[in-house]
Design a protein around this ligand. Structure first.
Ligand code: AMP
Length: 214
């Protein structure tokens, strides 16, 4: 089963993708994570995308499509979760072609619906574990008091450079201008299911599970 998690920054795509990886043996393909890795490694591509990402603008379609193309050729396990990709109609068309080339289908697109004020709160309080990617929130899910990740024991707390209010406003604008048209696109293709992304993590997880098992 190949699925897309679609929603604005902070909707919980990464958190929910982690659960699906653990529960359904799926593979998470997060273009944001791939781009951050490229940036941290200091590669040519990493240097090109660093400023664009810091501003909260979108990286060019060619770069992210190239990243996804490479990953689709690897192990498929229980299927792919596209997290943060596609973000434009051109990327959506490219994904459709890439899946077809691999003899794969797109089975579902899950929209995580959240309100914009909740996003600002979530994102400015967000941190992730450098060891395993577990997502924490200063208010709703703070780091354990011993400073060690509850999932893997790492004490590497990471805050994203673009998780500040200015960059977030820009990321939201990019979402509404360029990514939200994908909701109509996938609705018309009969693939869209919408889930309330504002509930407790477990409730959202259950709603996604139900949508996928339909
Ligand atoms: P994310 O971790 O998904 O929030 O992505 C972080 C940043 O990486 C975004 O604000 C963009 O600058 C860039 N990015 C990630 N995925 C894409 C994509 N599919 N298309 C264009 N830019 C992307």
């Amino acid at each position: 089963m190949n699925i897309i998690l679609l929603g604005p920054p902070g909707a919980g795509k990464g958190t929910q993708a982690h659960h699906l990886v653990a529960r359904r043996d799926m593979i998470q393909l997060s273009t944001g994570d791939m781009l951050r890795e490229a940036k941290d490694s200091g590669s040519d591509m990493g240097r090109i995308v660093a400023d664009v990402m810091a501003r909260g603008d979108l990286v060019t379609d060619d770069i992210v499509i190239g990243l996804i193309r490479e990953k689709l050729q690897g192990d498929k396990k229980g299927g792919f979760i596209f997290d943060g990709f596609p973000r434009t109609l051109a990327q959506a068309d490219a994904l459709s072609d890439l899946l077809q080339e691999q003899g794969e289908t797109l089975d579902a697109v899950i929209e995580l619906r959240v309100d914009d004020e909740a996003l600002v709160q979530r994102i400015t309080a967000r941190s992730t574990c450098g060891g395993c990617g577990e997502v924490y929130n200063d208010i709703t899910k703070p780091w354990p008091e011993d400073g060690k990740c509850a999932n893997c024991g790492s004490s590497d707390i990471k805050r994203r450079a673009d998780d500040n209010e200015d960059s977030l406003r820009n990321r939201l604008m990019e979402y509404y201008k360029k990514t939200s048209p994908l909701l109509g696109y996938y609705y018309a293709k009969g693939r869209l299911a919408s889930v309330d992304g504002l509930g407790e993590i477990d409730a959202v997880q259950a709603a996604i599970g139900e949508a996928l098992d339909k």
